[in-house]
Design a protein around this ligand. Structure first.
Ligand code: AMP
Ligand code: ZN
Length: 112
């Protein structure tokens, strides 16, 4: 996993604007925000993409979805938000460490 950008961010080897951390989850601001609030929520364990989620590692996905409401509240997203996961080439995934985009702070349209 030495070449993984998000593993390096989690390890503190590359700086990030951290907004949340617990035993399973790390969350930080996207470097190229697509909304007033754009946070990436990632498992500390390296999982390449949604296709790599298994019965053995899926606890971190539950922990991510437990963390998201806390992060949203801390970010003031009282009127809702959007969660996006990109998987693989057709999904537009560019960083192959599982992550969920938490977007909010504006009213978003129906298109992706
Ligand atoms: P995806 O296209 O779903 O794989 O999302 C990757 C996201 O990582 C993009 O929204 C990038 O802007 C974001 N990103 C890339 N490098 C960094 C970085 N060093 N710190 C924060 N976000 C990053
Ligand atoms: Zn990784």
């Amino acid at each position: 996993m030495n070449d993984c950008l998000f593993c390096k961010i989690i390890a503190g080897e590359i700086p990030s604007a951290k907004v949340y951390e617990d035993e399973y989850v790390y969350a930080f601001r996207d470097i190229n925000p697509q909304a007033p609030v754009h946070v990436l929520v990632v498992p500390k364990e390296h999982i390449a993409c949604a296709n790599e989620i298994t019965a053995e590692n899926s606890v971190c996905v539950a922990k991510i979805f437990e963390a998201i409401p806390k992060i949203a509240a801390a970010e003031g997203l009282t009127n809702g938000y959007r969660i996006i996961n990109c998987c693989g080439e057709d999904g537009g995934q560019t960083v192959y460490h599982l992550h969920f985009h938490l977007l909010g702070g504006k009213k978003m349209g129906e298109s992706f």
